[in-house]
Design a protein around this ligand. Structure first.
Ligand SMILES: [Zn+2]
Ligand SMILES: [Zn+2]
Length: 795
């Protein structure tokens, strides 16, 4: 019994999923777990790799769980749904029977999908929710996506009705086109390196009229959703949608397949091709435009009048995407023709009942699907709490374990039953069913996370919704003791396959940091880790841009987009940041001084490489715009130059910095009006004495007052208007706030609205930092420049 290892069990009172679904519990691109409840969405964040105050985290009761590992704390926040505001009265559009919405009788949530990390927005990502009244709404965090409030960004019914009015003639059809029942958000395609800040992810919606609507975030602001395409795939409701990952089919062209489950039981594939067109900008960089093409093919599975209970793609490293879909009691696999002599076409398997309780049955709907690469095995869970395995997914799928050592369906099911017993307060009887309505993998290996509710189907007494408790359990369903697996995962993540595009480091590193929590594994892996951390660092060479001629709003935008592209979209930078985060983690966990010193020297080399890359990008851009800088812009130019001339900078960087310095001095002489001021000194916000600029991260005045510096601009932070990185605690100024956006705050709508022409409010920035260059830089750096994670703020 001591083998049971439960990492956490979080009890949520009055919360339960509306129905079993493989999407009830899903990981977001920011490493958070979104849990779809009947009346609210819970957003849980494991405290792994976070560097913020976790005192508010949900505590577990370790004594009761009797587990071999230390309990994993979770941060929690809730998106409450205000149903009255969101309710749309469909009969006002059409009173035909076909358009009646039965879900309006007991309004609840029905489906959820989350966007990948947004590239050009200061909001990390968006959650899209569909209610039982077939309405779509979008939600974003206000200040803190981990613990803070989320707010309604947009209720999309009006938008969808607009789109529907173009797609259909009659009122009935228009209404059916606007009523959506399922949603799926694609990942972020990676068109080039560095990737332009151009959100290429697509939100697909399946309507009651059998059409699929594709929407896309445009202009970097999630509130301006743009209609991309509508295509008719069937005469029946579209009930399930699933995207596979984007692959590059040609330079600047990405392709993905959207699988659609239709109410008559058929499965249809839609090929979606997206092309990135780059046009030369007015002065600097490029302006990007995306073009989407769709092509629906014949059904790969013909109508059989049987309900589809789940639909999902899994990506097998050795053969690409395989579609998995479910009918009661059956699991279907489908794959494209493969060049090597591997299986292709359709496979179907009849599941076996795993008799863990009196009501166990193989006919229960599926509640989760995960592919385990190490064993080439598909793990799925049914609503009755049983787990099932399909082996040899790459070569020839089978339900029979090819090797006796592999985890079996019955062993996983009985272990999950034992775990259920441990997490329940009352003793578990044979008649009690452990209802699992959502399940997903935690680390791509033996640890899974699932929802669990105790239910006695033979007990007919009434239980109010508020009394129902759902446990979110994280536990191992087989024992895995293989540090090699972690090494493999580390190499896999650092090689940045296309699937990592649009995902935050917190999400990418979660399996690794979770594995390294185990002291034995950490110790065994230390030499390998150091090898990875000390691997040679690729150089970044200076880039030359055409000199800007005139300061226009277009130029400001071009400078911002281009800086953002090179700072956040560069694969080289992303890999360096991941290594730096790992080095930091290893340094904190190092068991002795010698290893700690080695980690710290690796970390400082990586930190140097990241800083120098940032400085190089800034120097390149400042050189291009120097001719149009004014007296107000020069202090920032001097600052960047000073940083680049510090010892340790690569020669190419200090050379280009020196050239810029000379030009800047010349330019400065044009403005000098006789007063000799030192542009690099700031005055101490407490006593007013001059503070020298001799440290990039902190500042001390002659009276001993200590200040932190902004991690993006290096100015002294003396305002509460700052943001803090959740991965490394570095702080930075909030980007300039548009006055118009400020006014609408509180109304809940259009917080991230289209850029206004109003002058932005820069009162929180020190006078020397109010230059337009600094403002655009602060807006471009939507995530931490040193670890790539998102920011949270108090104000
Ligand atoms: Zn002072
Ligand atoms: Zn950071």
């Amino acid at each position: 019994m001591s083998l049971v290892s439960i990492h956490s069990s979080v009890g949520l009172l009055g919360v339960f999923p509306p129905h079993p679904s493989a999407h009830s519990l899903q990981w977001t691109a920011e490493g958070q777990l979104a849990f779809l409840g009947k009346n609210a969405i819970y957003i849980l964040t494991p405290a792994l790799g976070l560097n913020i105050d976790v005192s508010s985290a949900v505590k577990n009761a370790p004594s009761k769980l009797n587990t071999v590992t230390t309990p994993l704390p979770w941060l929690k926040t809730v998106i409450e749904q205000d149903k009255r505001n969101l309710y749309y009265h469909w009969p006002s559009d059409s009173q035909e029977w076909g358009t009646a919405s039965l879900g309006s009788l007991d309004l609840c949530l029905r489906a959820l999908t989350t966007s990948p990390s947004l590239l050009a927005s200061d909001k990390p990502y968006v959650i899209a929710v569909i209610t039982s009244n077939m309405q779509l709404s979008l939600w974003i965090p206000l200040k803190d996506h981990l613990r803070g409030q989320w707010t309604l960004l947009k209720e999309c019914t009006l938008l969808l009705r607009d789109i529907a009015s173009q797609a259909a003639r009659t009122r009935v059809h228009q209404t059916l086109h606007a009523q959506v029942g399922c949603c799926s958000w694609s990942s972020q395609p990676l068109f080039s390196d560095p990737a332009p800040l151009c959100d290429g992810s697509l939100l697909a919606l399946g309507s009651r009229a059998g059409s699929i609507i594709l929407l896309q975030v445009s202009e970097g602001t999630p509130s301006s959703l743009e209609h991309v395409a509508t295509l008719q795939v069937s005469d029946h409701w579209v009930t399930h949608l699933a995207w596979n990952e984007w692959t590059l089919s040609a330079p600047q062209q990405a392709r993905a397949t959207l699988a659609c489950g239709v109410a008559d039981g058929s499965i249809i594939l839609v090929e979606v091709t997206q092309t990135l067109h780059a046009e030369a900008a007015s002065q600097l960089g490029h302006i990007y435009r995306l073009e989407v093409q769709t092509n629906a093919s014949e059904p790969i599975y013909a109508a059989d009048k049987k309900t589809t209970t789940g639909l999902q793609w899994v990506t097998l490293p050795a053969r690409g995407a395989v579609l998995v879909f479910f009918k009661p009691g059956l699991v279907h696999l489908w794959s494209l023709q493969h060049a090597e002599e591997l299986w292709s076409g359709s496979r179907v398997f009849r599941l076996q009942t795993q008799k863990t309780s009196a009501s166990s049955s193989f006919l229960h709907p599926v509640s989760g699907v995960s592919y385990i690469a190490k064993y080439d095995m598909l793990v799925l869970s049914l609503q009755d709490g049983s787990f099932h395995a399909v082996y040899q997914m790459t070569t020839e799928p089978t339900l029979v374990s090819p090797e006796p050592t592999l985890p079996t369906s019955s062993a996983m099911s009985s272990l999950s039953r034992t775990i259920f017993g441990r997490c329940e307060e009352k003793p578990v009887k044979k008649t009690d069913l452990s209802v699992v309505d959502g399940m997903t993998s935690f680390n791509g290996s033996s640890t899974f996370i699932w929802t669990c509710e105790s239910l006695c189907p033979t007990d007919f007494s009434y239980k109010a919704d508020a009394q129902r408790t759902t446990n979110i359990i994280t536990a191992d369903i087989w024992s895995e003791n293989d540090p090699e697996l972690l090494t493999h995962q580390i190499h896999q993540v650092l090689s940045l396959p296309p699937s990592t595009s649009g995902r935050a480091p917190l999400d990418l590193l979660r399996p690794i940091i979770f594995g390294l929590q185990n002291d034995e594994h950490l110790l065994a892996l230390f030499p390998r880790l150091l090898e990875v951390l000390n691997a040679p660092i690729p150089m970044l060479l200076p880039e030359t841009y055409a000199e800007a001629r005139e300061l226009t709003p277009e130029l400001r935008r071009e400078v911002r987009d281009n800086i953002g592209k090179h700072l956040l979209g560069s694969q080289r930078m992303i890999a360096l940041r991941l290594r730096l985060s790992l080095a930091d983690y290893c340094w904190r966990r190092a068991p002795d001084d010698e290893l700690r010193t080695q980690c710290s020297s690796a970390a400082s080399l990586l930190l140097g490489a990241v800083s120098h890359s940032i400085q190089q990008v800034l120097i390149d851009h400042l050189s291009a715009i120097l001719n149009i800088t004014t007296k107000e812009d020069l202090p920032f130019v001097y600052r960047v130059v000073i940083q680049c001339l510090l010892p340790g900078a690569p020669p190419s960087l200090s050379e280009s910095a020196q050239i810029l310095a000379n030009r800047a001095t010349e330019r400065g002489q044009q403005f000098s009006s006789g007063q000799d001021t030192n542009d690099l000194e700031e005055s101490c916000p407490a006593c007013g004495l001059a503070v020298p600029y001799n440290d990039v991260s902190s500042a001390t005045c002659p009276n001993g007052h200590q200040w932190m510096r902004c991690s993006i601009t290096s100015f002294i932070l003396s305002t509460p208007m700052v943001r803090t990185c959740i991965g490394c605690t570095r702080k930075a100024f909030l980007p300039p706030i548009r006055k118009q956006a400020k006014k609408t705050e509180g109304e809940g709508m259009d917080l991230d609205g289209p850029p206004a022409d109003d002058e932005p409010d820069v009162s929180h920035l020190p006078p020397a930092a109010r230059s337009w260059v600094v403002q655009e830089l602060l807006r471009a750096a939507s995530r931490c420049l040193f670890c790539g994670n998102s920011f949270v703020s108090l104000l």
